[in-house]
Design a protein around this ligand. Structure first.
Ligand code: FES
Ligand code: FES
Length: 182
């Protein structure tokens, strides 16, 4: 059966702003965000594990904050800025966070990795000076069966440390950092 606009009545047209691009998606109202990303937009970097909010494999950023994309409908993300793991690398150049995961062996099978990366990306944007203890607490929200978490914590901490050092360098270069300021 089709509706007035010539589309099947059980489908709706929604607009999703993903990784800086606007997409029009014809999908079912009950489609979850993670399914819309993976199946409608073919952004398969975001993984699906438990599908009920436990594992965090489906973590993406919504207006900068990490969310479980299996726990919301795609239609609820209309008008919001969505970022997936595909937004991190610049072409073949991995982001600083991805490089830190690689340096510290913060992944083994890699299934959980997109979720941890987006969780960490959102967290560090909010808390650039987070302590290792705080990082440890945050990553406890996602499940990894392989690494034992220590290398993930080391990677995120290393990335945060390097970002702070780079910022300090920039501020010093611009003469905006006074003595004793961190
Ligand atoms: S797939 Fe979403 S939390 Fe596990
Ligand atoms: S690297 Fe295998 S589940 Fe985390």
């Amino acid at each position: 059966m089709t509706g007035a606009a010539g589309r099947p009545q059980h489908q709706q047209l929604i607009s999703l702003h993903v990784n800086g691009e606007l997409h029009e998606v014809l999908t079912e109202p009950r489609r979850t965000l993670v399914d819309a990303l993976r199946h409608d937009l073919r952004l398969t970097g975001t993984h699906v594990g438990c599908e009920h909010g436990i594992c965090g494999a489906c973590t993406v950023l919504l207006d900068g904050a990490p969310v479980r994309a299996c726990l919301m409908f795609a239609a609820q993300a209309e008008g919001r800025e969505i970022r997936t793991v595909e937004s991190l690398a610049d072409g073949r150049e991995l982001s600083d966070l991805q490089q830190a995961f690689s340096r510290h062996h913060g992944l083994q099978c890699g299934f959980c990795t997109p979720g941890f990366l987006m969780l960490a990306e959102g967290f560090l944007a909010e808390r650039p000076a987070a302590s290792k203890e705080e990082i440890r607490e945050v990553v406890a929200s996602n499940l990894c069966r392989c690494t034992g978490y220590q290398t993930i914590v080391e990677a995120i901490d290393d990335c945060a440390t390097r970002r702070r050092a780079a910022l300090r360098e920039r501020l010093e270069g611009a003469g905006q950092l006074t003595d004793g300021q961190d």
